[in-house]
Design a protein around this ligand. Structure first.
Ligand SMILES: [Zn+2]
Length: 116
């Protein structure tokens, strides 16, 4: 089964060492692939791409990291707009940048001093 998962560690979550955690996000690519195959055979609406699926699930993970109590108490369907919003935001970002800009962005994400 084509199942994959993403570990989001303490650093990505911006947490102090005292609250390090590992969050596992399982992603079932087989389900997406089956929906793609069905759409190609019979026509109809194609499912989200793999990158859209991954970005959506990362959106759920980040929402959990930011506000675990709200996420734990919410109905699953009420969490979809936040994950969809994150995936849309990622899709709207440029997917290429210069090496210096990439280094700068990675340092920002990891909360490090700007690169020299
Ligand atoms: Zn979702």
């Amino acid at each position: 089964m084509a199942r994959s998962s993403i570990n989001i560690g303490h650093r990505e979550a911006g947490l102090s060492p005292a609250t390090w955690l590992s969050l596992v996000v399982p992603i079932d690519f087989q389900k997406r692939d089956d929906a793609q195959a069905a759409a190609e055979m019979a026509g109809g609406t194609k499912p989200s791409s793999e990158s859209e699926v991954v970005n959506h699930e990362i959106g759920h993970a980040l929402h959990f990291v930011e506000d675990p109590i709200q996420v734990a108490n919410a109905d699953a369907e009420d969490l979809e707009p936040t994950a969809n919003g994150f995936a849309k935001k990622v899709a709207n970002e440029k997917n290429s940048m210069s090496e210096p800009d990439a280094k700068k962005r990675v340092h920002e994400i990891l909360g490090l001093e700007p690169p020299k």
